[in-house]
Ligand binder design. Sequence first.
Ligand SMILES: [Fe+2]
Ligand SMILES: [Fe+2]
Length: 320
Amino acid sequence: MQDDSYHHIDAKILDKNADLVFNIFSMVEDNGENRYVLYASKEPRYRDKVRELLQSSDFMEELYIHEDDLVLYFEHATDSLRDYVVNSDATPEKKMAKVYDLSRDVTHQFFEANSSPEILRGSGQVVDLMEKCLENNQLGFYGLTKIMEKDYYTYTHSINVGLYCMSFALKIGMPADEVHELGLGGMLHDVGKSRIPMEIINKKGALTEEEFQTIKNHTDNGMEVIRELGCYGEKVIQMVGQHHEKYNGEGYHQGLAGEDISLFARICKLTDVYDALTTRRSYKKALKTLEALTIMKSQMGHEFDPKLLHSFILMMGPEA
Ligand SMILES: [Fe+2]
Ligand SMILES: [Fe+2]
């Protein structure tokens, strides 16, 4: 039987000069079964050998860590990636692509395997890295969309929304601390879905009324998750709780309207719908930028803050 307590890692992200704080494994086939064997040890007595091994390896083989070390791995990978983002000459696209991959790994873990607060906290570090890649508009909106996953998954959708939110916030000149918070809120906006059974989230056919109500609860569940973590400000909490409110008051859960909906939630509403329209699902194709913006303006205009929608279209439009 396949042992699923091991987690595939991107070994190219490892800092080859740092001391290992987790063991690394490779997979071997043994009598038709996969087995994990120690590849590099964290034991201090093997430090020099391990460093030599990591520095000489081209990492052609697939490598793994034990799931108990996930948080350590994410911390290590984030530190190593920070060094790459700040100091390497790579293009902004290449840097963001690596940050996106790590972020995908962290959020995938959270939504589909291990919804622990430690994993979730890693997303704050990842948002910092994203901000660095977006700084000075090095990576325009068009460059950003090239990196994003185009199939809809809850976890990549969350990252996309976070990135669109940050990109939009930078464009409209929000202060740096708000850009950061807005990015975090975007990444976390659907976090309440981690409390909804996967069968409902991934259901292919039409939802029953009861299932639909359960899905709707993700805004309140999300606020609860975020509050319990105790490390996010009120703006992020409101953004998570109000991102399905509509400008005309017909959204859920509180039925807020106009500017009673927090600014962060009004921005999230735009980016959330935009990403949903421009990604592919089993039952629908991904729309192009212009098609999505046209629908948002002509058929869904009542759902959005008109001034924000206008700025959003200006940001997205020219490269469509
Ligand atoms: Fe949502
Ligand atoms: Fe969403």
